[in-house]
Design a protein around this ligand. Structure first.
Ligand code: GLU
Length: 301
């Protein structure tokens, strides 16, 4: 049996907030519970969205909260050669194609349907070749008309037909940066990640990642998608919804709140305990089976 290797993979687009803490806590506790390793990867491949200083701020917050990861932090931005090699191998197999469509053209397209995440499904314009006189802007993966099915450790069985529900998706963006979907698949495989525990906002992406793994001949990790923390208006906690950054000087209450959010039922007295005691309790009591089988969960305010 392969030994368990989990990870936390924040994007340094701003400070960590409660929603990111939930993913860090869940992935870390499950990895330790399984006697495995837990790695940290800074997903800074989308440079235009990264904020200066955010990666250092995230490391400081994780340290203040008492997280201990295994091995060095891996920066995705230093691994562009690997992403290029993966794209090249897909190109040699004719699994990708250049696309000339602009965002505006796709948004205005009359023919495309909506994908699960609300974006329009690619209508296939450049699938059989670039239209005359048009230059390539991005590269897309050709998806197939079949269901990708996987068993999520929290959400249960998930099935998605990529052709109907996602469409041919971008691997190399028009601005020259590699897309998250390609980077995450290459990095999970390179880091030997066997189990991915992350927020259910990425559940929609997982079938695309599995298809990409299969296309590249890479193993598929096991997935567990934790409920995503939403505010009273039902919006995911994020920088866009002005979620408060975690307070490095008061980690205890937030850690307790994350455990409660994940269904672990810490006692009320534990909320006033020291950080080490809360972690000790969490390691002793962590049970993935108690995580609510919901994609969104409101945080107590
Ligand atoms: N970097 C992604 C984020 O911060 C997470 C990616 C993943 O866990 O696969 O939302």
């Amino acid at each position: 049996m392969m030994s368990y290797c989990g990870r936390f993979a924040p994007s340094p687009t701003g400070p960590l907030h409660f929603g990111s803490l939930v993913a860090a806590v869940g992935s870390c506790l499950e990895a330790r519970h399984q006697g495995g390793t837990w790695r940290l990867r800074m997903e800074d491949v989308d440079l235009p969205r990264c904020q200066p200083g955010a990666a250092d701020g995230i490391l400081q917050t994780l340290t203040a909260f008492g997280f201990e990861w295994d091995g060095p932090v891996q920066d995705q931005s230093g691994r562009v050669d690997k992403f290029r090699a993966a794209l090249e191998s897909l190109r040699l197999q004719d699994r990708v194609f250049p696309c000339a469509c602009t965002r505006r053209e796709l948004a205005d397209s009359q023919f495309s349907q909506l994908a699960g995440d609300g974006a329009k499904i690619y209508p296939g314009t450049c699938r059989q070749g670039l239209p005359a006189g048009k230059a390539a802007r991005s590269w897309r993966l050709r998806v197939v008309d079949e269901s990708i099915v996987f068993d999520d450790a929290v959400q249960g069985r998930v099935a998605q037909n990529l052709a109907h529900e996602a469409g041919d998706f971008v691997l190399l963006r028009a601005d020259g940066f590699f897309a998250y979907q390609l980077a995450v698949v290459v990095d999970d495989a390179e880091q030997g990640i066997t189990h991915v525990v992350r927020g259910a906002d990425l559940l929609e992406s997982t079938p695309r990642q599995i298809f990409l793994q299969r296309s590249l001949g890479l193993p598929t990790p096991q997935y567990a998608h934790l409920p995503v923390a939403v505010n009273a208006a039902g919006e995911k906690l994020s920088k866009q919804t002005c979620a408060a950054p975690l307070d490095n000087t008061r980690p205890q209450a937030a850690l307790w709140d994350a455990l409660a959010f994940l269904g672990q039922s810490p006692s009320a007295e534990l909320r006033g305990a020291g950080l080490a005691d809360i972690w000790q309790w969490a390691h002793a009591h962590w049970d993935m089976a108690r995580v609510p089988r919901q994609q969104c969960l409101r945080v107590a305010e």
